[in-house]
Design a binder for this molecule. Structure first.
Ligand code: BGC
Length: 381
């Protein structure tokens, strides 16, 4: 489940991918399908900015390549997801790019696609408990969790006894486990040495001396601290944690929040508590609203996972399959049944210190989306 790759291998793979793309070109497929690439995309929900980002970036990439693409949303329902997959099967797609709503529930849909001789590319989230997954297009999710903890460790410096609050994604999402694993394995030595004290999970406190956890141990902790990737759930959980905490458990707090939407909800709850004097909070996805929170000092960091890269990798994988080839592999992820080949992409921590270069100069979001941009540390228009 963990990445085993090195940065060098990843850089080499990215370079190879570039060569591969220019060598194979896209015309053969385009000509043979009359502008319709035999690929369908299924995304989990329109209700989170993250997946709207993916939709937009897929549309941009497919349009630039001169193809039409069908992108269907499952709206948080595995049943809808299965119907979407069946619709794409009847449409005659040859490659299915699917981000599962629920890792295990999606196995049946993947099996159906496999039975119809369709290549299944698991996109961003791994489909679990089935052999019917051909490839996994992903970011280095262990590194995402590690980035949260690294940030908190840097902020805490040499102080001790710091209040730590942990939050996680949905237990039905395999990524929630990998993010947590990366966070735990990075921060656990700093819990063991007294730098941090966990305040909101008895299950985490019970295993605080263990540098690595089993999936079952992680599941128990995630069961206590899950946001279910839902903003309202996240806010309510944070409020409940604050209600249960003594004033001494507040003051300056360090909060591992699993993504930007939940980070804003949790930050709002902590920010409203009169006993919280200062908080540090993580996130991920580089959502515009959270980047503005970072400029405004209401969120500390986010992790930019460049969706343009993921989309390019997914399309390249589809094209490889359509041309009878195999997409590049630098590692594998075990999905409970098989080791799925993958080529995870690098992630970038964003704070006010590198905001301008990471977000604006990289072309990820335009200047016009933000106010007070001139206050970021590396502002250089
Ligand atoms: C994705 C995150 C996203 C979360 C909630 C995860 O699987 O990797 O980018 O924020 O799901 O949708």
């Amino acid at each position: 489940m963990r990445r085993t790759t090195t940065l060098f291998k990843m850089v080499a793979a990215v370079a190879l991918m570039g060569l591969f793309l220019s060598a194979c070109g896209q015309t053969a497929t385009k000509a043979s399908t009359g502008g319709k690439l035999a690929v369908g995309v299924v995304l989990p929900t329109k209700d989170e900015p993250r997946w709207i980002q993916d939709q937009a970036r897929f549309n941009d990439a497919f349009t630039a390549a001169g193809y039409d693409v069908t992108i269907l949303f499952s709206q948080g329902s595995s049943a809808t997801e299965k119907l979407n997959v069946e619709a794409l099967i009847s449409k005659g797609v040859k490659v299915l790019i699917i981000c599962p709503q629920d890792a295990s529930a999606a196995a049946a849909a993947a099996d159906e696609a496999r039975a119809a001789n369709i290549k299944v590319v698991s996109y961003d989230r791994l489909i679990r408990d089935t052999a019917s997954v051909d490839y996994y297009v992903t970011f280095d999710s262990f590194a995402v969790g590690a980035a949260w903890s690294t940030y908190m460790i840097q902020q805490a410096g040499s102080t001790t006894g710091n209040n730590l609050y942990l939050y996680a994604g949905a237990a039905s999402d395999n990524n929630a486990f990998i993010f947590f694993e990366g966070a735990w394995e990075t921060i656990q030595p700093k819990i063991a040495d007294g730098t941090f004290v966990i305040k909101n999970s008895s299950e985490a406190v019970a295993v605080k001396d263990l540098p690595k956890l089993t999936r079952d141990q992680e599941a128990k902790i995630i069961g206590q601290i899950t946001t279910n990737w839902d903003f309202a759930t996240a806010k309510k959980l944070a409020q409940d944690n604050l209600t249960a905490a003594a004033a001494a458990d507040k003051g300056t707090v360090y909060i591992i929040a699993p993504n930007d939407g939940t980070a804003r909800a949790i930050a709002d709850a902590f920010g409203a508590d009169k006993d919280v004097t200062k908080y540090f909070i993580s996130g991920q996805d580089a959502e515009v609203a959270s980047l503005q929170y970072i400029i405004d000092g209401k969120q500390s960091m986010t992790v930019l996972k460049d969706v343009r890269t993921l989309v390019a990798d997914a399309i390249a994988a589809a094209q490889a399959y359509l041309q009878g080839q195999t997409p590049p592999q630098t590692t594998t992820y075990n999905n409970g049944k098989i080791d799925v080949p993958a080529k995870p992409s690098a992630i970038v921590t964003v704070t006010t210190a590198n905001f301008y270069s990471a977000v604006i100069k990289s072309g990820y979001w335009p200047t016009s989306y933000f106010s007070h941009l001139d206050t970021v540390g590396d502002y250089a228009p």
